[in-house]
Design a protein around this ligand. Structure first.
Ligand code: ADP
Ligand code: MG
Length: 566
């Protein structure tokens, strides 16, 4: 057993559960898990306050599964969740964690699915019921004894349940439960109504609160990209092509993901390695040394494995998976911007993680700008610039041997130098598309449509106020054309070079096209004044473009192009 799973072991969990955790690839308990598990194992009632994404499911599922009697085939655990989607997620998590407990089965009970199937699963002796309150009350009205053997009750996202109007249903459920039981309640917030429930239905509950301290991270440029969960790998591949990084560290949640992503990147020719809790100390040091001296450029790590990593070459932190608490976000991005240098941190956010994003923003006390995911045109542009950057120095210092080789080849192959150039380009760029649709096929990605966070009661199913639906969908629809307009937005940039410096529009244009690798039509109006000039450049990818142009000179003088703020 590894040292990290060991820290789960220290919490007193049963051995089938520890095996399941290892299989799931969890290395270390999240803060809420570390605090809640021992309390639940000890048999206390508990109130846990923590935000979304902090790992609450495992915080209650692991100890409860450790404690039930798998041989007793009757309901022993009841988890109440506000919506069908959350109930399904929790049920799935229970199944994962019970993977080494073959006699344990889990049933999800929610509205909108046939009662019959759910009933059958209940009769067959499922030990764990994960339910939405409304549907459970329907079952109770047919079978009042349904919950009489339950010894563990979990109220997950209690505040959401109350917001959805489940108060009365909860009261009915409490009445149907044995008084002799252990109850835990999780909630992001603890309004009066929740405290009242706890007071009435929990016994001397212990409180666990995962507080978030404000931390500052100023030298690091931060941005986030909305992605679909199943497209992260392709988004990562696109990001790596367009970002100009020296060394980069990518964070994922599990060991398996470190391995999967590493092989995907190696297959693309990146010098990448995985860093996770299974990797022995001496190998870990090797990986870090290689990252320091440039034998490696990318490390894919879990939070545990990357702790304390200090490599000044790291210019970028890519958060492929959301950290499970804001503090680890701060730790992660602190891997860049070392020794007073600048760094950049990118965070991939799936639609259901939007709320966690706002929590992180609150903790770091700043807004994380949302940027568009790199489109195929940007990837294409990056490929072309890279090719140019590779070739330019060689053209400036031609090699005599190569010249005679060229002559020899054109003679023996009886071809024009252009034919040879084409063949060489083909070889040089093997397996890489150089057109937008080819790149689209290479890394297919769908944009997440921009919309304000949906009302969860609407999104997730039960007890929905129907009249809202139409208006919301219309609003969403209007969102997308606006995005397209945004993509073509240009912003004005300023340079201190003007006619006084002998600069004309075509000089600026030439410099920006060549060094920035932009297409001509990407550049808007250019205005030349005596002491300065303004150039309209595409908003998308602007920082990257300005980065590329940072050492560009025009007429021998530094261009120093900056975003112009009117
Ligand atoms: P919450 O209920 O607090 O919103 P979840 O329980 O849904 O959070 O967990 C969020 C994600 O984090 C899930 O994908 C889960 O598998 C993962 N996760 C939870 N605990 C750990 C851990 N200790 N190590 C790695 N991943 C974890
Ligand atoms: Mg949850």
């Amino acid at each position: 057993m590894t040292q990290e799973t060991g820290s789960f072991a220290a919490l007193g969990l049963s051995s089938p559960i520890l095996h399941a955790i290892t299989k799931a690839g969890y290395e270390e308990p999240s803060p809420i898990q570390a605090q809640a598990i021992p309390i639940i194992m000890a048999g206390h009632d508990m109130i846990g306050q923590a935000q979304t994404g902090t790992g609450k499911t495992a915080a209650f599922a692991l100890p409860i599964l450790s404690k039930i009697d798998p041989q007793r085939r009757e309901p022993q655990v009841l988890v109440l969740a506000p919506t069908r989607e959350l109930a399904l997620q929790v049920a799935e998590a229970f199944e994962t964690f019970a993977s080494q407990m073959p006699s344990v089965s889990v049933v999800a009970v929610y509205g909108g699915a046939p009662m019959g199937l759910q009933l059958r699963a209940l009769r067959q002796g499922a030990q764990v019921i994960v339910a939405t309150p409304g549907r459970l009350v329907d079952h109770l009205s047919r079978n009042g004894d349904l919950l009489s053997s339950v010894g563990y009750l979990v109220l997950d996202e209690a505040d959401e349940m109350l917001k959805l109007g489940f108060m009365d249903d909860l009261e009915l459920i409490f009445q149907a439960l044995p008084a002799e039981r252990q109850s835990v309640l999780f909630s992001a917030t603890l309004p009066h109504s929740i405290r009242a429930i706890a007071e009435q239905h929990l016994r001397e509950p212990q409180h666990v609160k995962i507080a978030s301290k404000t931390q500052t991270v100023s030298r690091i440029e931060q941005a986030c990209i909305m992605v679909h969960a199943d497209q992260k790998a392709n988004v990562v591949l696109r990001v790596l092509e367009v970002e100009d990084f020296d060394a980069l560290i990518a964070f994922v949640r599990t060991k398996q993901e470190t391995l999967d992503l590493t092989s995907a990147l190696q297959a693309r020719g990146y010098k990448a390695a995985a860093l996770n809790g299974d990797i022995a100390q001496n190998h870990r040091e090797q990986v870090i040394e290689s990252l320091k001296d440039g034998r490696l450029d990318i490390v894919i790590a879990t939070d545990v494995a990357a702790r304390g990593l200090d490599v000044p070459r790291i210019t970028h932190v890519l958060n492929v998976d959301m950290p499970y608490d804001p503090e680890s976000y701060v730790h992660r991005i602190g891997r860049t911007g070392r020794a007073g240098r600048e760094g950049k941190a990118l965070l991939l956010v799936t639609p259901r993680e939007r709320r966690m994003l706002s929590v992180v923003e609150r903790v770091i006390g700043q807004k994380i700008d949302q940027v568009q995911l790199p489109d195929a045109a940007a990837v294409l542009q990056a490929r072309i610039s890279k090719l140019q950057a590779d070739l330019t120095p060689r053209m400036q210092a031609p090699n005599g041997q190569h010249k005679s080789l060229l002559e020899r080849l054109t003679t023996t192959l009886d071809c024009h130098p252009e034919d040879l150039a084409l063949a060489l380009l083909g070889k040089l760029t093997e397996g890489m598309a150089f057109d937008v649709s080819g790149i689209e096929r290479e890394y297919p990605v769908q944009e997440v449509t921009a919309r304000p966070e949906r009302n969860r009661s609407f999104e997730r199913g039960e007890r929905v106020e129907r009249p809202e639906r139409g208006s919301r969908e219309r609003r969403e629809h209007r969102g997308s054309p606006a995005m397209l307009v945004d993509q073509q937005n240009r912003v004005r940039c300023r340079t201190a070079l003007g006619t006084r410096d002998g600069v004309a529009a075509r000089n600026l244009l030439g410099a920006i096209l060549n060094e920035g690798g932009l297409a001509r039509d990407a550049i808007g109006r250019i205005q030349i004044r005596e002491t300065f000039s303004l150039v309209e450049l595409p908003e998308e990818g602007l920082e990257r473009l300005l980065g590329k142009l940072k050492d560009t000179r025009v007429g021998g003088k530094p261009l120093k192009l900056r975003r112009y703020r009117e």
